[in-house]
Design a protein around this ligand. Structure first.
Ligand code: 0A1
Ligand code: ZN
Length: 895
């Protein structure tokens, strides 16, 4: 380690802790300026580890006292560690008492104990507990906690911590106390406390197992009317985990608390989940369908952690995907199950894959690429990534595919049988699923399958088909490869489950019979590809079929299917697999976008979408039986970032111009159809956030946007007028916001009237203001107008850089989500980015490091962007006082 540089932490260096902590008794005197923390622990030496000093983690703490078995003792403070060398010998438990103070009011990192809206909150994952007291702050040290909170009663009437409330009462000077005991042992990252003026929606439930529980959702007093959906989502979560996995709530009381200052989405602290308000608060007037869906899945996600994460936790942070990949998989399955209908399930699957491909694939191809189970890190906070979460979920999904749904449930049971109450590894999980399914493809291929955990990068699967008319056979050749990633120049083949179907030229599904099989095998089939190259030969095929490969997106790979337009049109019209049907439409659009981008003429005027494509899109839009939600997905062109990933050299403005031109052409060519779609899908009745109604709103919203785009060119005022009217009259936020964004994205002058009106209507609704900021920062660029607008938004009285949601709504919406406006030939977007990264880093390194990743893919940029982007990153890297978080990101970007 060079001086002043943070060490690299390596997975292979894991060693068990030298001490165990059995019990922790914490007493807090809560005060924003100076909170006193008395920590009384019972420890003992770990008999499996040679005698060592006790090194406790600590950060930004003021140490007042250390006692061992009630006596003063010698200690050292060493780079944030409290080191005790003269501890009792032997393996008898001893008592350690540590008294410290900290300053929650000054905690702008939002890690450890902090103040938000005059309430106290904690965030301890991954390494925040050390900002509260000295501790062995690592997930394999699990202890029993009791917690006493003391605070001013008028200012902080509600005092919460993990577990059960065992005592409460008044103290002198208007103060009061509450004592909480957690019946379950837990690692320090699951500790939480909350204190403040809060009110709760409450619900008593009886579980399938016959136990009574109290569910509570705590919010600020004005927000109680926005808690119904979160509570319903929580009740659904409890019921689902019992029904699907036989996992019951193990607590008498389960609490959710919302805070508007939070770095991430939410946190699964045992029995006391703390949430970003964004993932709790919703009513029809303030939240969109997307918000409702996100709340359902995040509430589910945190609740499901109670088993996958809390009852069985991670041995070390390299195993993060053990809990996160599995829990994302579980929340995805939960949302699909609640969606019900197969078509609604497919819509959810498509949405999940879209996230994976637009966010995780670029990560896996860039400087921060890492395996699902990383081998090293400098700052663990940088590894709460789409790879660990979303790709990790795909790895779990593939396991389920390989052992079947029932087999997977058996595997989960074995996992809990073996590991309940322990801190374990990704290997332990995979082993349990395989052991519960002897003879399954997973069990047979386990060592190779586990390459999904150890090898980074997105594999490519190349498929080519050959039809032999004389032999009536069809041979599919599959070749896999995986590009190098940082530190991993060579990759071994993966186990790739591949859902497959063959369509006759008229779209009929053909029975699949391998050359080695005596009869066709009915139903959905998945083949398992394990070699660098292999072939599948099917018999009794009467005409050249169209292969539907990787159905349901059965593995997180890039499929190069070598499809012709004609084949894609057949799949789009007929595939019984909704995912591949959607995918065919995306490929048709993508192929066209790529072709136009490559054409040397810089303008887009001559770009003309072909009739076949337009007719196919019309066919979907007007289809008599397809769902509105599915139609909206098909008719939405691939995102600019997804298009960029397909190119070796990226000119973001060119991509933006081409995509916009395609969007306008679809708008014009289908103008009558959009009108029909709008009129027949706009609802006027009451608001329900179910999949069918939200699908209708999504399609109506897209139609309205398209109609406003048409109007932009023709000068027609009818549709913008209708959009403005809709904006004013809408009975729910989804329709209102869709109408507003139709005006903004078409650049119509009515947007200038609608935006201030929207602000005035919702000036007291922080989450709605976030949308207002985000919409403007994410607006299509017209002559470089977005950056000046963004700078103005930052000067708006409602802007606050210290609030992560607000910072994201302006800065991230511009730098991460608006490539056409951010990548400017004058480099001004990058200058803005570097200023913000540095400014944020001084306040909140986690948020700054996420922003720093906006330029991850700079090496792919065309000139002049590439050079300017590199300079901007170098400018950030030149700062000597960067956090480890940002330092790690920019160092890797420049490597
Ligand atoms: N475990 C949480 C995510 C999370 C991670 C770190 C945090 O610290 C700022 C907060 C939340 C989850 O997966 O939901
Ligand atoms: Zn999680």
């Amino acid at each position: 380690m060079r001086e002043g540089q943070a060490p690299v932490i390596r997975r292979e260096d894991y060693t068990a802790p030298a001490f165990w902590i059995d019990t922790v008794d914490l007493t807090f005197d809560l005060d924003p300026a100076k909170t006193r923390v008395l920590n009384r622990m019972k420890l003992r030496r770990n008999p499996d580890v040679a005698t060592q000093a006790l090194r406790l983690d600590g950060e930004e703490l003021n140490l007042a006292r250390v006692l061992v078995n009630g006596q003063g003792t010698s200690f050292k403070l060493d780079g944030g560690h409290l080191v005790l060398e003269n501890l009792p010998d032997g393996h008898e438990p001893f008592e350690l008492e540590i008294f410290t103070t900290c300053c929650p009011a000054k905690n702008s990192k939002l890690m450890g104990l902090y103040v938000s809206n005059d309430s106290f909150f904690t965030q301890c994952e991954a390494e925040g507990f050390r900002r509260i007291t000295y501790f062995l702050d690592r997930p394999d040290v699990m202890a029993s906690y009791s917690v006493t909170l003391r605070a001013d009663k008028a200012r902080y009437p509600v005092l919460l911590s993990n577990g059960n409330l065992v005592d409460q009462g008044a103290l002198d000077d208007g103060r009061h106390f509450a004592k909480w005991v957690d019946p379950h042992r837990k690692p320090s990252y699951l500790f939480a406390l909350v204190a403040g003026q809060l009110v709760a929606r409450e619900q008593r439930i009886t579980s399938r197992a016959g136990k009574e529980h109290l569910l509570q959702v705590f919010v600020r007093p004005g927000d109680l009317d926005k808690t119904e959906h979160a509570m319903n989502s929580l009740m659904h979560s409890v019921a689902w985990d019992e029904a699907r996995f036989g996992l019951s709530l193990d607590l008498e009381r389960f609490m959710i608390v919302a805070t508007s200052d939070f770095n991430m989405g939410a946190m699964e602290n045992k029995g006391l989940n703390i949430f970003n308000t964004k993932y709790v608060l919703a009513n029809a007037a303030t939240a969109t369908d997307t918000d409702y869906a996100n709340i359902e899945s995040v509430v589910g996600h945190e609740y499901f952690h109670n088993w996958t994460g809390n009852r069985v936790t991670c041995r070390d942070w390299f195993q993060l995907s053990l809990k996160e990949g599995l829990t994302v998989f579980r929340d995805q399955e939960f949302s699909q199950d609640l969606a019900g209908e197969p078509s609604a399930r497919a819509v959810k699957r498509i949405e999940d894959v879209r996230v994976l491909r637009t966010a995780q694939f670029p990560e896996d191809a860039g400087p921060m690429a890492h395996p699902v189970r990383p081998d090293q890190y400098i700052e663990i906070n940088n590894f709460y990534t789409v790879t660990v979460y979303e790709k990790g979920a795909e790895v779990v999904r593939m396991m389920q595919t390989l052992v079947g749904r029932e087999g997977f449930t058996k595997g989960m049971s074995l996992y809990f049988e073996r590991h309940d109450g322990h801190a374990v590894t990704c290997d332990d999980f995979a082993q349990a699923i395989a052991d519960a399914n002897p003879g399954s493809a997973l069990a047979v291929l386990l060592p190779q399958f586990k390459r999904w955990y150890s090898q980074a990068g997105t594999p490519r699967l190349q498929a080519s088909g050959h039809y032999d008319a004389a032999a009536r056979t069809y041979t599919l050749t599959l070749a896999q490869s995986c590009p190098p990633t940082p530190g991993q120049p060579h990759k071994e083949p993966f186990v790739i489950p591949m859902g497959l179907g063959l369509l006759a030229p008229d779209g009929r599904e053909l029975p699949l019979q391998l050359a080695t099989e005596a009869a066709p095998v009915p139903g959905h089939r998945t083949f398992v590809v394990t070699q660098a190259s292999e072939t599948l030969t099917f018999q009794n095929i009467d005409a050249e079929p169209v292969p539907s490969i990787l159905r349901g997106f059965s593995a997180p790979v890039i499929l190069d299917g070598g499809y012709t337009d004609a084949q894609l049109l057949t799949l789009l019209a007929h595939d019984s697999d909704p995912f591949n049907r959607w995918e065919a439409g995306q490929r048709l659009a993508l192929n066209r976008a790529i072709k136009y981008i490559a054409e040397d003429n810089q303008g887009t005027r001559t770009l003309a979408l072909d009739e076949a494509f337009i007719e196919a899109m019309r066919g979907v839009l007007r289809h008599p039986t397809l769902d509105a939600a599915f139609k909206e997905l098909v008719l939405t062109l691939p995102a600019e970032t997804y298009i960029a990933e397909q190119l070796d050299v990226v000119d973001p403005q060119r991509i933006h111009a081409v995509r916009e031109a395609m969007r306008e052409q679809l708008a014009h060519a289908l103008a009558d159809d959009w009108q029909w779609a709008y009129e027949t899908h706009r609802d006027t009745g009451g608001y329900q956030p179910d999949p069918v109604s939200s699908g209708r709103r999504a399609l109506a919203g897209l139609a309205l946007t398209q109609l406003c785009l048409v109007a932009r060119q023709s000068g027609d005022t009818v549709w913008p007028g209708k959009a403005y009217q809709r904006f004013k009259d809408a009975g729910n936020m989804t329709d209102r916001f869709n109408a507003l964004s139709a005006l903004v994205s078409s650049g119509h002058s009515l947007a200038a009237q609608a935006l201030p009106r929207f602000h005035a209507l919702f000036k007291d609704e922080a989450l709605v203001l976030d949308k207002w900021f985000a919409l403007q920062a994410g607006a299509p660029d017209r002559g470089g107008n977005v950056l000046p607008a963004v700078r103005q938004l930052m000067a708006h009285p409602d802007f606050n850089l210290r609030n992560p949601n607000r910072a994201r709504s302006v800065i991230f919406s511009y730098c991460n989500a608006n490539p056409g406006a951010f990548h400017r030939t004058d480099a001004a977007g990058y200058v803005f980015w570097s200023e913000r990264v540095i400014e944020l880093d001084a306040l909140n390194p986690q948020v700054a490091a996420r922003l720093a990743r906006a330029l991850d893919r700079w090496k792919k940029l065309a000139e002049p962007y590439r050079h300017a982007a590199r300079e901007a990153i170098a400018r950030v890297a030149a700062k000597t006082d960067l956090s480890n978080d940002v330092r790690e990101v920019v160092t890797r970007a420049l490597a």
